[in-house]
Design a protein around this ligand. Sequence first.
Ligand code: UDP
Ligand code: GLC
Ligand code: MN
Length: 334
Amino acid sequence: MSKFAWVTLTTNDTYSLGALVLAHSLKRAGTAHQLAVLVTPTVSEAMRDRLKDVYNIVQEVNVLDSQDAANLALLSRPELGVTFTKLHCWRLVQFEKCVFLDADTLVLQNCDELFEREELSAAPDVSWPDCFNSGVFVYKPSVETFTQITEFAIKNGSFDGGDQGLLNQYFADWATADIKKHLPFVYNVTAYASYCYLPAFKQFRDKIKILHFAGKLKPWLLQFNSETKQVSVSTDYAHAKDLIQLWWNIFCDKVHQSLSDNMAGLAGALSQLQIGQQRSPEQEAYENLMRRQCWESGQIDYSGADSFDNIWKKISQTLEAKPVEKEAEQTGSS
Ligand code: UDP
Ligand code: GLC
Ligand code: MN
């Protein structure tokens, strides 16, 4: 068994969709190493079973939350306090070395050479390249390091309220000390286009090894047509459409059939979709509701408890109400 592992985190069934697609993308790229996922108690049993199908280790951890509303507001991502939970990855001491990957990353090519790097290796962040992006990093598990970082967090907090600010404060000499710890950008390419990005994206796209859907709009929140199996993307993502489609292709081929309605959030909702079949009016109405939810997710706490459950309740009520409406129409009483 390999002493190296890819590690990710999910705190709910919706992010678990990303974790499932990520695991399949790693296998598709032919990794020789193990896969581990950290889950919090809020991930359903049904989802854990599916994660166990593809991850060698499904490790439950407690939620660590920065509860730093002020700094998270600077990032416009109030939900990211829980990313402190990532720190538990240092406790996987059964492995010699690990690479942490956010659940919203997609591995496009084999990257096993990353395990030759030392702690803490990471790629520059697009918005502040003297900081590393914490969606992909090489590290060495150690309970001592875990304790030191958590103690550091209690004392110093995090400048962005999430793990990225904290880890950049802790590994503060990353920008200057050792260039070998700077991963090439191809190991963590942000899907969202920013200024000057498009020509380079076009020029180097075949070299991209890991794509990272950093930002609010995750692939699972984009509009997906279940009949044609095609995803629709906004102009900000147009350059990466085929790669977002790849996320959905992996989802359709490897993940969708394993979902069940006892899962929470979007996972439970997506389990109801019939993929590759002509849509009934009910299915279309359902997809429209899902789409609306996705658009609204820019403003609301989409990862918050039960938001999809509420939608699901509403759909059930609407469907249940239908025959009554029909009867009413027939009798001409409405
Ligand atoms: N995450 C999670 N639940 C949440 C938010 C984040 O499990 O509610 C985990 C997940 O692995 C995710 C990572 O923390 O990929 C970082 O969050 P995100 O990718 O949304 O941040 P971004 O890359 O967009 O800044
Ligand atoms: C970032 C990283 C993500 C991290 C978040 C909060 O943009 O992509 O991995 O969790 O900021 O610090
Ligand atoms: Mn991310």
